[in-house]
Design a protein around this ligand. Structure first.
Ligand code: HEC
Ligand code: HEC
Ligand code: HEC
Ligand code: HEC
Length: 196
């Protein structure tokens, strides 16, 4: 049977080991660069998609036009304040209860974000495609597709399951005037930016 001291020491070592591992991990993991880093090229990759004025849209253009790019701004509205009351939330702009979906990167440690990154850009490119630091210069080359994936580029496997991580009809009984339940076909049509 092990003595108490040995057991304590063993536990301590495990804890210290785990802490060292966590520190190493967050230093090693790629940084989020922010939408500005995607804008350069993805404003020129025109899709077979047009806005109400008949203007042809790019990948970035689709995002900019839809509600994901406004999801943080939404938290400043009177409707948001009314919703917040249902959750006992004072200020939606700073409450985890709202930011977790409307600005999902609000709590990233500084080591994980580049200076260009702003969580107030809401549900952004890297929310769905992964932190870009390590894949940015690989993913645009046909020959480096596999490497880009290994460096963190994500294309959500199951689109519908991915959407539902936020679109869980969270607001079904909240005072949102034009609330409609999530409908994958309709909502994917609105936000999709494929067909390059
Ligand atoms: C230097 C230009 C450039 C920049 C900057 C850039 N991309 Fe791209 N990206 C491309 C090109 C080129 C492709 C390939 C398009 C194609 O398949 O024709 C691409 C493809 C992609 C794809 C699809 C990959 C696949 O395997 O289908 C995703 C997702 C993507 N980019 C996300 C991003 C994100 C997120 C950012 C910002 C963090 C970004 N890109 C910044 C040029 C760029
Ligand atoms: C990280 C969370 C998150 C993920 C993942 C996500 N969304 Fe959203 N989405 C939101 C939020 C938050 C809003 C509300 C934006 C606003 O109006 O402020 C929204 C709004 C929308 C809207 C605008 C229409 C509406 O109902 O208000 C569409 C369309 C949409 N999302 C489609 C999708 C689809 C399709 C997927 C999956 C491919 C997806 N979203 C994945 C958080 C997310
Ligand atoms: C589980 C994810 C999730 C959480 C948590 C969440 N929201 Fe939302 N919110 C959404 C999604 C997705 C939408 C888009 C449409 C829908 O499903 O209602 C949305 C839409 C809204 C809208 C309507 C926007 C519009 O354009 O009409 C408001 C206002 C809003 N949310 C406020 C809040 C506030 C305030 C909180 C915190 C108390 C909060 N949300 C927490 C996911 C979330
Ligand atoms: C709410 C999640 C979400 C957001 C936000 C988002 N994307 Fe995507 N993106 C997807 C999904 C899902 C696909 C399709 C994956 C598939 O075809 O399986 C996709 C596909 C793409 C593709 C490949 C297009 C093709 O023809 O294959 C590019 C390029 C891309 N995204 C770039 C971007 C850029 C740039 C931004 C920000 C301006 C962005 N995405 C924001 C979810 C998202």
């Amino acid at each position: 049977m092990k003595s108490n001291t040995t057991r304590k020491l063993a536990t301590t070592l495990v804890v210290v080991g785990a802490a060292a591992f966590l520190v190493a991990q967050s230093d090693d993991e790629p940084k989020y660069l922010g939408v500005e880093a995607c804008k350069t090229c993805h404003t020129k990759d025109y899709l077979d998609k047009f806005d109400d004025e008949g203007e042809r849209l790019s990948t970035y253009g689709v995002w900019k036009k839809n509600d994901h790019s406004r999801s943080f701004e939404t938290l400043k509205t009177d409707v948001a304040k009314a919703v917040a009351e249902n959750y006992g939330v004072e200020n939606p702009e700073t409450a985890e209860e709202c930011l977790q979906c409307h600005a999902p990167h609000f709590d990233l440690p500084e080591v994980r974000t580049a200076e260009t990154f702003d969580y107030r850009d809401g549900v952004q490119c890297e929310t769905c495609h992964g932190a870009a630091e390590d894949y940015l210069t690989l993913h645009n080359l046909k020959s480096k597709q596999e490497e880009a994936r290994l460096a963190g580029l994500v294309k959500p496997d199951s689109k519908i399951e991915w959407c539902k991580t936020c679109h869980d009809d969270h607001h079904a009984s909240d005072p949102i005037p034009d609330f409609t339940p999530f409908d994958f076909e309709r909502d994917w049509e609105i936000m999709s930016h494929t067909g390059l």
